[in-house]
Design a protein around this ligand. Sequence first.
Ligand code: HEC
Ligand code: HEC
Length: 261
Amino acid sequence: MGPYQRGLVLAVALLLLPGAALIFPASAQEARSGYFYASPETQALQDDPFANPGSLWLEEGRARWQRIEGAAGKSCASCHGDNGTELIEASAAYPKFNKRLGRPITLSQQINQCRVRHMGAAALAPDSEALMSIELLLRQRAAGRPMQVSVDGPMRPFYERGKALYFQRRGQFNMACYQCHDQRPGEFVRGERLSQGQINNFPAYLIRWGTVGSAHRRFQLCDRQARAEPFQIGSPEYVALEVYVAHRARGLAVEAPAVRP
Ligand code: HEC
Ligand code: HEC
């Protein structure tokens, strides 16, 4: 089955599910990582550091952390130390408001800010192996810490925008994120077990991708499966959506490297 058919079958199956499915508001549900809904095989792959494919990205991330690049002749380690210790808390707190830009930025975007502004190096392409490996390393150092994204002050309007997107029915099947991830977690739909759609685990290794990808790439996949036009990775829409979904995951432990089907 191609991705189109898969999405079609999934959406049609969901529309046909009995309307009697219990409807819990998101706030009434205990937040649970996608790990909880994953199969024992997928969980085992994540739990075994030797088998976990994300380990390869971590190794690459460690090498890149020390690599001198750009006109300033610096590496990440030159400014943030060999272990980046002072970035641990921050790595669980993105997206974060950037005063200079007047808007929230993702952890990927912050890494590129450092490359361009502090290293005199080129920005890395969205979701490139290079960018994902550095971001995964930062998240791995924060593993076990609670997600703690702030939505106060200047973050508020972006949170509201993201929340509106989360509840907005879009696309050919007229479906919204909450219909799958707040109303139906735990249900099997054509072999896929729906989770709460949490993002405590990104960037994550997806078996179907054979690589590590960002939360925005996962949003794109969900949009395509629901036959809605996806936004761009790093777009204002997905950054706002990430603000809402990251705040929704507050308190969940950061998981890295995570493995998902
Ligand atoms: C038609 C149902 C459907 C809709 C609508 C949908 N998703 Fe998903 N989503 C899935 C399926 C299936 C998966 C893979 C299994 C799982 O983790 O739920 C998934 C996975 C995810 C994950 C990964 C969870 C993890 O643990 O790795 C995130 C994050 C996510 N969705 C967010 C969203 C957001 C945000 C929206 C709205 C833009 C959305 N989804 C809309 C079906 C949907
Ligand atoms: C020349 C010094 C310098 C280098 C090299 C550098 N940074 Fe930074 N970094 C900073 C400064 C200064 C800040 C404070 C915010 C800003 O100016 O962007 C920062 C902020 C950060 C933050 C956010 C911290 C927070 O509290 O939110 C992260 C994450 C980060 N850097 C990662 C990296 C990574 C990864 C690299 C290598 C690709 C790197 N930095 C290279 C100077 C540097």
